[in-house]
Ligand binder design. Structure first.
Ligand SMILES: Nc1ncnc2c1ncn2[C@@H]1O[C@H](COP(=O)(O)OP(=O)(O)OP(=O)(O)O)[C@@H](O)[C@H]1O
Ligand SMILES: [Mg+2]
Length: 374
């Protein structure tokens, strides 16, 4: 196994060694898989959904239980894009294996109306993913289903950024997908997505096709004590020192968000000096500076009142009553009705999130920037 220069990895899943915890979640996912249940994983941004799925893939494959095919729908705009994305993922998985599969893949691709050519020397298929005459969606899904059902191992199809389906040009995309899932009871599906509110609506609104069709995992922050031990262990292994109080401070500043904790720890580990509160302040400053272009983009995207409400929540979070006179007066926000509609727009855009009746900024570094300026 390759070792990493810095154990606090920022670019997805590398190996269990650098992956903190998620034992309960992995057990839960494996239990759903063993008992033939389809799953949904959602959370606020950057908590570790995609990495968790890659970790599960690693485990299922190592234990020879299943092949996990990972599909990212971030750039898909319609069902045809979705079929292409699944076909591409299938090709990545099976395209470079035995010739037997390659032939079957060839048949699949022609059923999908996609062009595929074979390298004359190696016989390896080269998919161009250009559509010749695209097959109707239902036919393509049927062909994909038949191909996946014919595999020796069980298949888990993990579809990430699934909330994109709500923006597809076809109005019946959810219904089409749901009936595909139903007609393939031997395939296991994991749906995940980074827009928590949209994901929740797809799977828990009574009048939607996916209502009560899956088991749902709302991925929460990794507990402080567990992250603490993980951080300590990796510093110790490299003969570096970090105090528990500093770790607690990092966890609080990051509000338990996995990516932010990883980022601060990655920089602290790379600092090559004792991690004092001063070093930590320098790291925070560096992170905020790097994020500033993103913050200016938010500013451009929002109306003045939306920006003011965003700032007010960032300064006072957690905020339990942003509609109250006290809050509005304290931040000089003006009419209550305009504060209400600005807040609704911010929640809709998921720039402000609501947890147990308290409001926070979704982007924790943005909060820290506002707080630094106060
Ligand atoms: N359990 C973990 N241990 C260590 N690092 C992790 C863990 N989970 C995620 N990470 C790191 O956190 C970052 C975010 O993870 P990931 O991309 O999986 O989150 P996500 O929830 O899918 O984000 P998004 O909402 O943007 O899709 C990555 O840099 C990843 O390396
Ligand atoms: Mg993700």
């Amino acid at each position: 196994m390759q070792t990493h220069g810095n154990p606090f990895v920022l670019a997805g899943y590398v190996s269990r060694e650098y992956f903190c915890d998620r034992e309960t979640e992995l057990t839960w996912l494996k239990d759903q898989f063993t008992n033939d249940r389809n799953m949904v994983v959602y959370s606020w941004r950057r908590m570790g959904k995609t990495s968790l799925i890659h970790c599960l893939a690693h485990i299922l494959e190592k234990e020879n239980q299943a092949d996990l095919i990972y599909v990212d729908l971030m750039s898909a705009r319609n069902m045809q894009d979705t079929i292409k994305a699944i076909a591409r993922a299938v090709h990545n998985k099976y395209g470079r294996t035995s010739k037997g599969i390659s032939k079957t893949l060839g048949t699949l691709f022609s059923r999908l109306g996609m062009s595929i050519s074979f390298d004359p020397l190696s016989g390896i298929p080269k998919a161009t993913f250009g559509l010749t005459i695209p097959s109707p969606t239902e036919h393509s899904l049927e062909a994909l289903g038949e191909f996946l059902n014919a595999r020796k191992k069980k298949i888990v199809l993990a579809i990430d950024e699934f909330q994109q389906i709500t923006r597809f040009s076809e109005t019946n995309a959810e219904a089409v997908f749901r009936s595909w899932m139903q007609s393939n009871p031997n395939l296991r599906f994991i749906f995940s997505g980074s827009q928590r509110n949209l994901m929740r609506s797809i799977f828990s609104e009574q009048n939607r096709p996916f209502y009560k069709s899956t088991q749902i995992l709302d991925l929460r922050p990794i507990p402080l004590n567990v992250y603490h031990d993980f951080i300590k262990k990796h510093f110790k292994k490299a003969s570096k020192k970090i105090d528990s109080t500093i770790i607690e401070e990092i966890y609080d500043w990051s509000r338990g968000q996995t990516y932010t904790i990883q980022l601060v720890c990655n920089k602290a580990f790379g600092a090559n000096q004792a991690i004092t509160p001063e070093t930590l302040q320098r790291i925070y400053h560096e992170i905020i500076e790097q994020e500033k272009p993103v913050f200016y983009n938010y500013m451009k995207m929002l109306t003045n009142i939306q920006w003011d409400v965003l700032r007010a929540i960032g300064l006072s979070e957690p905020v339990s009553s942003p509609h109250s006179k006290d809050f509005i007066t304290a931040h000089g926000l003006g009419a209550q009705s305009s504060v209400s509609s600005a807040l609704n727009a911010l929640v809709e855009k998921e720039l402000v999130i609501q947890e147990k009746d308290q409001y926070f900024l979704h982007d924790v570094v943005l909060s820290r920037w506002f707080q630094q300026q106060a």
